[in-house]
Design a protein around this ligand. Structure first.
Ligand code: F0G
Length: 361
């Protein structure tokens, strides 16, 4: 692959495991190498070592950058002049940024009125053509699929295998950091590309002798957008707009990951998601978007006294649990502001007045 000394992204780090060659022009923003942050408070509650893979610290604020560096590099290598994707917001932000970096056009097809403000701004700022359809993500993806085969156009949704290839590198990083795979990996599930990618990554590193074990993969969907949990497509509704998906493209990949790993698929309510988001920010200093908090909400659900599947949590000494938190909280300020009723306390501009309101709150 044609990489320069400046490249520090996932292709530079894991090119040997990716579909790139000397002929591949690397389109990178130094994505990946995100922190795996130990959570003392979740660890104490779980009786295991709990870590958060904070993917919100990627260049466009979500895990999508890992797949997009590979997808754009390969698209340019194949001569594409335009990339197109359907998105609930993060994929479109990443596609637009990497297309800008590559100097090619980007079109994004989004469900009107259902994209978090920060993500929509990103698509425009990075210079994408933005089309808002009167329909949901699943409708947008149907339209994008119809662009398949159009000369010069590359689809960069996770139905493009290059995306899955890039995203699997998160598993590599976790294994390198922990010395082996964790016992349990929890992540939010929407279109199901990420759970598919993580499982592929864990299996590849195991095959390469880098980890003796494999984790159980447990996915959480929002209660109102839980087609895999329910076993049939649904009309999706959830405050976690990133995972507002009724008919996931990588359904089969998710099923394989869950079955082969002995994991599971479960649901969390919007209320549990927003509570978990606020808890994580105010107790561990990690602010993630609502969809990302589904993994934290999921762990907390399994730890609650009413949990019916608590037995699936690893309880042995030194057990490790990794939660992927997929996107940054700043992308979607509206939902937590509403949920938390966040308003500043007003005060006159003097010390006495400020101390008075601080003492009261
Ligand atoms: N978390 C966030 C923040 C997401 O943006 C997504 C998906 C997911 C979780 C779920 O990942 O789809 O691989 O199961 N966002 C896509 C998008 C659909 O268009 O940005 P998944």
């Amino acid at each position: 692959m044609k990489k320069s000394l400046h490249d520090r992204g996932v292709i530079a780090r894991y090119g040997a495991f990716l579909p790139v060659s000397e002929a591949t022009p690397v389109v990178s923003l130094n994505e990946g190498s995100t922190p795996l942050i130990h959570s003392p408070k979740l660890s104490e509650r779980a009786g295991a070592e709990v870590y958060l893979k904070f993917e919100g610290l990627n260049p466009t604020g979500s895990f999508k950058d890992r797949g997009m560096t590979v997808a754009l590099s390969k698209a340019v290598e194949r001569g594409a002049t335009t990339v197109i994707c359907a998105s609930t917001g993060n994929t479109s932000a990443a596609a637009a940024a990497y297309a800008a970096r590559a100097g090619i056009r980007c079109a994004v097809i989004l469900p009107a009125g259902k994209i978090a403000a920060g993500k929509l701004v990103q698509a425009f700022a990075y210079g994408a053509r933005v089309v808002a359809i009167r329909g949901n993500f699943d409708d947008a993806l149907r339209i994008v699929r119809e662009f398949g085969g159009v000369e010069g156009v590359a689809i960069v949704n996770s139905i493009n295998p290059d995306r899955i290839e890039g995203q699997k590198t998160a598993s590599f990083e976790i294994i390198e950091e922990l010395g082996e795979a964790p016992d349990l990996h929890i992540l939010p599930v929407g279109n199901a590309g990420n759970i598919t990618a993580y499982w592929k990554g864990y299996r590849e590193f195991q095959a390469a002798g880098r980890s003796a074990k494999l984790p159980k993969m447990v996915g959480f969907q929002a209660e109102g957008a839980a087609p895999i949990f329910r076993g049939h497509p649904v009309d999706p509704h959830t405050v976690a707009t990133a995972i507002r998906i009724g008919n996931p493209a990588s359904w089969e990949g998710a099923t394989t990951a869950i079955q082969e790993s002995g994991g599971g698929i479960d649901i969390v309510t919007d209320h549990q998601i927003l509570d978990a988001q606020q808890w994580l920010a105010s107790h561990e200093g990690i602010f993630v978007e609502p969809a990302s908090a589904a993994s934290v909400a999921g762990l907390l659900k399994r730890l609650s006294p009413e949990a019916t599947q608590a037995d699936s949590l690893p309880r042995h000494k030194g057990a490790k649990i990794v939660l992927t938190v997929t996107g940054h909280g700043l992308k979607d300020p509206e939902a937590p502001v509403k949920h938390g009723g966040f308003v500043p306390i007003e005060a006159d501009a003097d010390l006495t007045a400020v101390r008075r309101v601080l003492d009261k709150s």
